[in-house]
Design a protein around this ligand. Structure first.
Ligand code: NDP
Length: 451
């Protein structure tokens, strides 16, 4: 069958998805990315077509929408929306983060839940896919306001989740502080101390290396891609976006492997430090973002360099781009600029940070492009390891968890090579991750009948 026929099939399939899920543009984008890789594969494996696996996999098993009322410090009542998308439980309990950000809506969470299904499958651990969150903005709120919000959020969510049902974690706007408040309320409502959330504090059921895992895994994945060309992270100049959890530990690991990170950003702008963000500077950034909860612009007052308001870091010359902030943060122009400046590795820490047109630029330029569902899977993989430790009522050492994480990233890389290697030897990680993630879920769905 020709690529023209495949394109037509994708178009027809997408027309149905768009009609059934109007206005959910990020969800449409995520589905189209996956389906465009899968259609040729499914043509060769008609059993998936006959069982309507694609039609089923784009429909969430359950969507929970709820009201989250809470009282702010002035005594005023505030109301936010709460969501949990339970997307697919074919290979394990629903698993995926909670995002608290004013832009959160159903379409964004469905895109994230959909991506999560394939990502979790790639980790080889038994986890289904889910995602949730709220349009609540923790920025500028006091700790007590965040606590009251989290308690109200969990007062509804608790009845839908559980250690064998659905295990949420953090994402944008949900870090250790929020997980603590959510866990405290769950425990109170259920009178149970169980591994119902991951990303917990070390003293109360968390796993060592969980905070580091997404960023570390993202850099391990970049290193694996570089190895296929006899190269390594050592000596590479890296542009990182974001300055939250993923960006911080991505910077830490890249620097630890001998690379130089020259940018970090937040939603207001980015900093450029040609001398590189070393260990000492990074420790200060962790304090700035996690304790003071300040803005990245404050960096230049302390360490020099430049702050570029309202801009993203992709115009800076680098070898490796590590997008670690949010979806659609690299567009076609950015991708072209990166490549014309010599960038030849993109390893995504964020979910879907590159637009479809940017991905086309990476693929046609044949650079090493690690899509988020493979490159950032280290976070959820380590959440899976946290679940195992909770079930065993045991804790592994830092070295044990890090070495398991490293091996998982190597395995994910190997799966992408298996399903993504093209005739001319080019490794299409985009295709490899989509097909590699799909097969296990599809086989489980076939075995479990029409459910
Ligand atoms: P954090 O909330 O810790 O940090 C998010 C960072 O991205 C902040 O610097 C934030 O800036 C910036 N950001 C958020 N929204 C925007 C925007 N619209 N435009 C520009 N910058 C923005 O989140 P994480 O580091 O946990 O998550 C970052 C990305 O990684 C997300 O895409 C998430 O889905 C993905 N991810 C996270 C995992 C995890 O384990 N935490 C696992 C896998 C993927 P500001 O402070 O101004 O909002």
């Amino acid at each position: 069958m020709t690529s023209h026929v495949f394109k037509q099939q994708v178009k027809e399939f997408m027309a149905k998805v768009i009609a059934r899920n109007p206005g959910e543009v990020e969800f449409h984008q995520a589905v189209e990315e996956v389906v465009s890789s899968l259609v040729p594969y499914i043509e060769e494996h008609p059993k998936y077509k006959e069982a309507k696996i694609l039609e089923r996999v784009v429909e969430p098993e359950r969507v929970i929408l709820f009201r989250v009322p809470w009282v702010d410090d002035k005594g005023e009542i505030q109301v936010n929306k709460g969501y949990r998308i339970e997307m697919n439980s074919a290979i394990g309990p629903y698993k995926g983060g909670l995002r608290f950000h004013p832009t959160v809506n159903l379409g964004i969470l469905k895109f994230l839940a959909f991506e999560q299904v394939f990502k979790n499958s790639l980790t080889t651990l038994p986890m289904g896919g889910g995602k949730g969150g709220s349009d609540f903005d923790p920025k500028g709120k006091s700790d007590m306001e965040v606590m009251r919000f989290c308690q109200s959020f969990m007062t509804e969510l608790f009845r839908h989740i559980g250690p064998d049902t659905d295990v949420p974690a953090g994402d944008i706007g949900v870090g250790g502080r929020e997980i603590g408040f959510l866990f405290g309320q769950y425990k109170r409502l259920r009178n149970e101390f169980t591994g119902v959330l991951t990303g917990k504090g070390i003293e109360w059921g968390g796993s060592l290396i969980r905070p580091e895992a997404t960023g570390y895994g993202q850099v391990y994945f970049a290193e694996e891609m570089l190895k296929t060309r006899g190269d390594s992270m050592k000596g590479k100049t890296c542009a990182v976006s974001g300055s939250g959890n993923v960006a911080q530990f991505c910077t830490e690991k890249a620097t630890g492997m001998g690379a130089k990170v020259v940018t970090l950003s937040d939603s207001n702008g980015f900093i450029y430090d040609p001398a590189g963000i070393d260990k000492e500077k990074l420790e200060w950034i962790k304090w700035l973002k996690n304790v003071k909860r300040g803005r990245i612009s404050e960096y230049t007052g302390k360490f020099g360099g430049e702050y570029l308001e309202g801009k993203r870091p992709w115009g800076i010359k680098c070898d490796v781009a590590l997008p670690s902030a949010t979806q659609n943060e690299v567009n076609e122009e950015d991708a072209k600029t990166l490549i014309s400046n010599g960038c030849f590795v993109v390893s995504e820490g964020a979910n879907m940070p590159s637009t479809p047109a940017a991905i086309d630029v990476y693929l046609s330029s044949k650079i090493l492009y690690g899509p988020g569902k493979a490159a950032n899977a280290g976070g959820v993989a380590t959440s899976g390891l946290e679940m195992s430790q909770n079930s065993l009522r045991y804790s592994w050492s830092r070295e044990e968890v890090d070495s398991k994480l490293h091996n998982i990233m190597k395995n994910i890389h190997a799966v992408c090579v298996k399903f993504g290697k093209e005739e001319d030897g080019f490794i299409n990680y985009f295709k490899g991750a989509n097909i590699g993630g799909f097969v296990k879920v599809a086989e489980a769905m076939l075995a479990q009948g029409v459910v």
